[in-house]
Design a protein around this ligand. Structure first.
Ligand code: FEO
Ligand code: CA
Ligand code: CA
Length: 715
């Protein structure tokens, strides 16, 4: 199918003055994260770089016991591969599976076969897939999903209609099977012919969503209705064929700023969460800036409340608010004009910002169930949360705090997952994230500081690597942070991380364990402030590039028990375009044989054990459209990066899902055409008009964030 935008006439790019660099446009930074990168870094702590302990005092073998052999096989893989590529070929399979009943990757399933696409220039408004593949939208912003919902009419949008329609900027996605008992894990699920599509809706951009003449208060109400999450039932004739969404279906649901959430865990009912509207501190209206997420083995979806700070105004001079970057001026969204809770200087609403910044859990199988905010998992700018079941049956969640110089976290449930798929087991498993231990990561490099030159030059021991510790914040219901109660640690978790000396990372976004090895992959998106004059910290072995605009991937190798407090780590990639950027690293794989990749954001795994990375914000050294990339993790091709798709102008690819059983790939396309205006749009995604055709008069001509499916061309 040859699809092109109706018009390639180049419309003016954003005129909004901005710090935005490279491909990411001003409007995206403005609305999505309140220009976080151009504000002073909220982390003012003086944590020291914990460099030397590993090489001087700890032996990996002592730390990890039986896990050491397997761990070091991965950690030194790059070195060995340089000399003898085939020698480390089967590390992955030797670990076996971490999911109950799973024997390891591979089996009968075919890997996805494709030729990597060429990078697409940033101004290209097209969705690009490899030769032999085609794509279509499953559901788009504004598509009606609830009774009473009308077909999308951008010029006449209303808050009431938006609550009945698919929301805006889609991020996390999964398609769960219609029966929760078929939900095995993130790569093994049999989706069948009826499914539940679950997505997040992160933020809105009023400049392209509706006409400038729209009544301002009405526009803000539309925006509140377009935030949140959606559950949409989907159907298809046979497995492997594209899905259609069902306009009316029993489990279709919209979560928005008026949806009631229940708070659970140690902070529920605490004074820190009480407001005049909710004197119990247990009920919250809405969820904000939901970014990435994760699907649990019991068939619920976790969603991270990320840049929620940008929606609140607080009183000046409060260090706890400052650590989260909450402003004291009028907000950009201006919702405080409609609802006093967004102005936390309003008497009685001082605690309202404490009620956001959590991981939320949604049960898509029960449309009546209130979603839950889990306070046991801490409060920060949650990118998402990804779960693995430890061998002893407890569940372990990994989480990143997406801010320059912030931290990586691990949560271990107190109770063990019940393996049954009956109703009672499922109900029990839905309580697992309510109680457990919270840790923050401290990394140590094993190479001398003088060898970390800020340009990602590989140290003389052949790898960016070392050891690390999960530092306890709350364990067995007891605070391990001097001077902070359990409720304070969980509500002001960034400050707790500062106090115990966590390691400052380059914007850790998705943090996801491989279901096959238990190794954990940390997508550090970028940090252009590292090493700058006046910055808190220059390059470290785990963040080895100053002015890190391209990001990198950390691979954490946990002990076999997965729940322990010691780990080893190494870098899988230091991203970038090797042809223009000397400071890249691909685990020793030849740099002239990789697809250029920058700003890794979301990660996922396929059934062969490959890592898939979607990107957000290619820098000026690349200025290409974002995309989805496959990365080989083991064997001679460890570090090989292949671009599978590219998303349209000004957009990013989110929530990748690669289903090898069906040979289908899904992504959410977020903020296409963010650099336009309602009157002069710059993207027409996804409703491109076939070449030579004329759009019907009155057709909406502008971008619609959408869930996209990619599949092999049918003959
Ligand atoms: Fe919403 Fe961290 O990206
Ligand atoms: Ca090293
Ligand atoms: Ca993200």
């Amino acid at each position: 199918m040859t699809l092109t935008p109706e018009s390639r006439q180049l419309l003016p790019v954003a005129t909004k003055p901005s710090h935005a660099r490279g491909k990411r446009v001003a409007a995206t930074c403005y609305w999505k994260c309140a220009d976080a990168c151009s504000h002073p870094v909220p982390n003012k702590s003086a944590n020291e770089y914990f460099r030397d302990i590993a090489s001087k005092a700890m032996s990996r073998r002592v730390l990890l016991g039986g896990a050491a052999v397997a761990a070091s096989a991965v950690v030194v893989g790059a070195t060995v591969l340089d000399q003898d590529g085939a020698a480390q070929a089967t590390t992955l399979g030797e670990h076996g599976g971490r999911w109950p009943g799973h024997g390891g990757p591979g089996g009968q399933v075919k890997g996805l076969s494709f030729g990597p696409i060429q990078t697409q220039d940033a101004a290209v408004d097209a969705f690009t897939v490899p030769e032999g593949y085609e794509w279509s939208a499953i559901v788009r912003w504004g598509d009606p999903i609830l009774p009473g919902g009308r077909s999308f009419d951008a010029a006449n949008q209303s808050p009431e209609q938006q609550k009945l329609q698919f929301g805006y900027n889609v991020d996390y996605l999964d398609i769960l099977p219609s029966d929760p008992r078929d939900q095995k894990n993130m790569v093994e699920t049999r989706r069948g012919t009826r499914g539940l599509l679950v997505t997040n809706h992160e933020y809105t951009n009023r400049e392209i969503m509706f006409p400038a003449e729209m009544d301002a208060a009405k526009g803000r109400a539309i925006e509140r209705a377009a935030h949140g999450m959606s559950v949409v039932e989907v159907a298809r004739r046979r497995e492997g064929q594209p899905w259609s969404y069902l306009r009316v279906a029993p489990r279709n649901r919209r979560i928005h700023m008026e949806t009631e959430f229940v708070v659970d865990g140690p902070v529920a009912g605490n004074d820190l969460l009480k407001t005049v509207e909710d004197p119990t501190g247990t009920r919250v209206r809405g969820t904000l800036n939901n970014c990435a997420g994760g699907t649990t083995p019991w068939g619920t979806v976790l969603s991270g409340e990320e840049n929620w700070n940008g929606y609140f105004k607080v009183a000046a001079g409060n260090p706890r608010s400052q650590r989260y970057g909450i402003g004291t001026a009028a907000t950009r969204y201006g919702w405080e004009l409609d609802d006093p809770r967004f102005d936390a200087t309003t008497p009685g609403y001082e605690n309202e910002p404490h009620r956001f910044g959590w991981v939320v859990e949604l049960d898509p199988y029960d449309p009546q169930a209130a979603p839950v905010k889990h306070t046991a998992m801490g409060r920060f700018k949650h990118e998402g949360a990804n779960i693995i079941v430890a061998p002893d049956g407890r569940v372990v969640a990994y989480m990143g705090d997406d801010e320059a110089f912030d931290y990586v976290y691990k949560f271990v449930s107190r109770n063990k997952m019940k393996p049954g798929d009956d109703r009672r087991s499922r109900a029990f498993n839905k309580t697992l994230l309510s109680e457990g231990d919270l840790y923050v990561a401290r990394f140590a490099g094993d190479s001398p500081a003088a060898e970390i030159d800020g340009r990602a030059t590989v140290p003389s021991d052949g790898a960016f690597d070392g050891t690390g510790q999960w530092l306890p914040l709350v364990v067995d219901g007891v605070s391990h942070v001097p001077g902070m109660s359990v409720a304070e640690v969980l509500t002001f978790t960034r400050l707790a991380g500062d106090a115990v000396g966590a390691t400052k990372m380059d914007r850790p976004e998705d943090v996801e364990p491989s279901p096959f090895t238990g190794n954990v992959y940390v997508a550090c998106t970028n940090n252009s402030s590292r090493g700058n004059t006046g910055a808190k910290e220059a390059a470290t072995e785990m963040n080895p590039r100053n002015q890190n605009r391209d990001g990198h991937i950390v691979e954490i190798v946990e002990g076999d028990e997965q729940t322990g407090t010691e780990f080893t780590w190494n870098l899988l990639l230091v991203a970038g375009d090797p042809s223009v950027n000397g400071s890249t690293y691909f685990s020793g794989y030849p740099k002239d044989k990789v697809s250029p990749i920058s700003c890794p954001d979301n990660v996922a795994f396929d059934l062969k054990g490959n890592l898939w990375i979607s990107t957000d914000g290619q820098p000026s050294s690349i200025a290409k459209c974002d995309g989805l990339f496959r990365v080989t993790l083991t064997g001679a091709e460890r570090g090989k990066v292949e671009q599978f798709l590219a998303t349209p102008r000004s957009s990013e690819a989110c929530g990748p899902l690669v289903d090898l059983r069906d040979q289908m790939v899904y992504v959410n396309v977020q903020h296409p055409g963010d650099d336009g205006s309602f009157a002069a749009q710059t993207s027409f995604f996804p409703d491109y008009v076939a070449e030579g055709a004329t759009p019907a008069a009155g057709d909406w001509r502008g971008p619609r964030p959408s869930t996209i499916q990619v599949y092999k061309k049918r003959r």
